[in-house]
Design a protein around this ligand. Structure first.
Ligand SMILES: [Zn+2]
Length: 286
């Protein structure tokens, strides 16, 4: 099928002539596109995919020529600059997190740092991985892990604790992980922290069989401090949830009260039924 160059109107026949197909399906012959477009075939084709005949005409009238080498170099520079900016951003964040740890009286448990000022948990997996930050608000629940054994028997508790099931308020379960009294060896002691997005953070104070003594006592103490901190975090998250529910309820009450008042105005003949219906629709958003 014969093709016609959109620019000069010359017929181009099939594969013998070099043609460029533009985004809007227009065709340009080699004589025409080479006036405004320099570069290799691959770059021409990708340019044509994103530009119409109008774009080509604009390019012609602007008296500039597209130099694909230049465009390519610019793209490379942009990518380099973006990479550098990303690197700087990560570096700044790392410095910020280091400052937090220095200045916010942060408590460290395992590879987790608890910052009570900014209310974030910082996770440092290893020295070459940047800190990962989680908001206290992201904490869903925590599970103490306390496994041990006497000479022969093995014991263990694993409980899931969320703010929802703690009715006793602050401190209700503080000291809950003072177990281990029944066994002479502690095999595993720590806490699993579940986040709302399903991620699990783990802290282990003991992860190999340790005879009860100063080391295990210190571990239980640390574990209880961590549980107490997690109690206050889950409790605060829950109270925020309750406050939100209360706000919704109170606005519902407001609407009901307003509707009752309006209805009494209708009964007293001050408002018409139509006016009441209109106002009701407005209040209930229907
Ligand atoms: Zn042409």
């Amino acid at each position: 099928m014969a093709k016609t160059c959109a620019n000069c109107g010359k017929k181009k026949i099939g594969f013998t002539d070099s043609c460029l197909k533009l985004k809007d399906k227009n065709i340009l012959g080699e004589e025409c596109y080479s006036q405004a477009l320099k570069g290799n075939t691959f770059q021409l084709t990708s340019w044509a995919l994103e530009n119409t005949f109008q774009d080509f005409k604009n390019l012609m009238s602007s008296d500039t020529k597209l130099d694909f080498k230049e465009i390519h170099a610019k793209e490379k520079d942009n990518k380099k600059a973006a990479k550098k900016a990303e690197h700087e951003k990560r570096f700044k964040l790392e410095v910020l997190n280091q400052e937090r740890i220095k200045n916010h009286n942060v408590t460290k448990y395992g590879n987790l740092y608890f910052d009570n000022v900014d209310k974030v948990i910082l996770e440092k997996k290893d020295s070459w991985t940047p800190y990962i930050t989680y908001s206290y608000n992201d904490v869903l629940k925590y599970t103490p892990v306390d496994q041990g054994h006497s000479e022969k028997k093995r014991h263990g508790i694993t409980r899931a604790i969320t703010g929802d099931i703690i009715a006793g308020g602050a401190g209700a379960i503080v000291g809950a992980v003072t177990g281990g009294k029944n066994y002479g060896y502690v095999d595993e002691l720590g806490v699993n922290i579940s986040l709302k997005d399903g991620k699990l953070l783990t802290v282990r104070f003991i992860n190999e069989s340790t005879k009860r003594g100063k080391i295990t006592e210190k571990a239980y103490q640390d574990c209880n401090y961590l549980c107490a901190l997690l109690d206050s975090i889950t409790e605060e998250n829950d109270s925020e949830k309750i406050q939100k529910v209360e706000t919704v309820n109170s606005s519902e009450t407001d609407i009901t009260e307003q509707l009752k008042k309006l209805k009494s105005l209708v009964d007293d003949g001050i408002l018409t039924q139509e006016e009441f219906e209109a106002k009701k629709k407005q209040l209930l958003n229907i």
